[in-house]
Design a protein around this ligand. Structure first.
Ligand SMILES: Nc1ncnc2c1ncn2[C@@H]1O[C@H](COP(=O)(O)OP(=O)(O)OP(=O)(O)O)[C@@H](O)[C@H]1O
Ligand SMILES: [Mg+2]
Length: 376
């Protein structure tokens, strides 16, 4: 899938920007604070309706302006489409597909598909489980609308069950009242667990290949489900059994949940376990090994998109030159030969390191983008 055209109005430090994209590899050069990350943020927002940097969409509206507009024309297996958002200062998002206002934001998620790599991504290994769950959710939500809607329904059920648990501490709720919530939680929870677990099987394979090629080491990635334990190869077809198992686990832990006032089991409490040479990477890996694993997981996600949807997502690489040494960067750039359209940013001082065959180069300065001559 490829972007042909991008338009930004009053988005962050861009007043009005029109960018025609003609190549697969696109490198954006500029000094600090010129708008490089902002540009990638806009592309990622068009794919996911989320910013990788903020939870309040209103932050992306240019200061002193009432709303921002972003849109892109893309070409992929589904033909040519235009996706767009108008974002209000109050954080409201209006989604447009082919210039028609859509009823729900979720209708736009995944029309454009993107994987983002940025310097903060070391948190994918170093940070808490929620970082790893978000990584999986961001990928799966773009790939299937069903996943996204189940995820949001699941999150609502957990919230409501938690409210009931809080009330129950004061003895106002009978255990029977939990039954309906537990049924729903188990149903959506087991569907989400199986979807994540299946994705991780494929991600683990691709990530292990990548690490083998970068450093020769052995990477293992496993999905750790809090209420279903380790799943086996045939479990994808045993959904009813998994659901009953989840209901039983929820009932077993109900007294403890009542004391704590929150639901302790379910996909919202799951994690990805990442091991290098048999040791948990988070606790025992060096910074370099952790970085390698992050690169590998991102590449694996691109491969997974390709496997499921038949096309590569956009790959948004923010400031990779500052974060990765030459070997990892070369590997990453090598992998890009695979076919993903790439948007890569770098500061000018570091640009000497990045010369990509057939790439277009642009300069980013004070919220303006200019194409540089091919000879640069
Ligand atoms: N809502 C907003 N309205 C106007 N300007 C904003 C807004 N949000 C951020 N900015 C400004 O956008 C500028 C560019 O930010 P961006 O993060 O894209 O820089 P960058 O080119 O990636 O720099 P670096 O190389 O340091 O990462 C910053 O100076 C920031 O203050
Ligand atoms: Mg930046």
């Amino acid at each position: 899938m490829k972007i042909k055209y991008l338009r930004l109005n009053d988005f962050r430090n861009y007043k009005s920007c029109r960018l025609a994209v003609e190549t697969r590899l696109n490198v954006f050069l500029g000094q600090n604070a010129q708008g490089k990350t902002n540009l990638l943020e806009a592309l990622y927002f068009l794919a996911t309706a989320r910013s990788p940097r903020t939870n309040s969409a209103g932050d992306m509206v240019k200061w002193e302006r009432a709303e921002a507009g972003i849109s892109a024309q893309l070409e992929g297996l589904a033909g040519t489409n235009e996706v767009g958002f108008v974002i209000g200062k109050d954080g409201r998002k209006k989604p447009y597909l082919n210039r028609k206002l859509q009823r729900r934001v979720s209708q736009l998620v995944g029309v454009l598909k993107a994987v983002f790599f940025m310097p903060d991504d070391l948190a994918l290994i170093k940070g808490g489980p929620s970082e790893r769950r978000s990584f999986l959710d961001a990928g799966l939500s773009q790939l299937t609308g069903a996943y996204l809607s189940r995820l949001s329904r699941y999150q609502r059920v957990v919230k409501q069950r938690n409210e009931l648990l809080k009330k129950s501490t004061s003895g106002q709720v009978a255990p029977d009242e939990f039954r309906a919530w537990d049924e729903q939680l188990a149903e959506f929870g087991s569907l989400l667990t199986v979807a994540r677990w299946q994705a991780v099987l494929s991600l683990a394979r691709h990530a292990a290949n990548a690490v083998k090629r970068i450093s020769g080491e052995c990477l293992e990635v496993r999905y750790r489900s809090s209420f279903l334990g380790e799943l086996g190869p045939e479990d994808g077809s045993r959904l009813e059994e998994l659901k009953s198992q989840a209901v039983r686990e929820l009932a077993r832990l109900l007294p403890a949940d009542c004391r704590r006032g929150y639901t302790s089991l379910g996909p919202h409490a799951d994690d990805l376990a990442v091991y290098l040479a048999g040791k948990e990477l988070r606790s025992f890996g060096s910074q370099g090994q952790q970085r390698t694993a992050v690169v590998a997981l991102k590449i694996a996600m691109c491969e997974y998109f390709h496997e499921v949807s038949g096309e590569y997502p956009l790959l948004l690489l923010d400031d990779v030159a500052s974060e990765l040494d030459e070997r990892r960067r070369d590997y990453l750039l090598d992998c890009l030969d695979g076919g993903a359209q790439v948007f890569l940013t770098a500061t000018e001082e570091l640009s000497g390191n990045i010369r990509l065959k057939g790439a277009s180069y642009y300069s980013v300065k004070d919220g303006r983008i200019e194409k540089l001559s091919p000879g640069l």
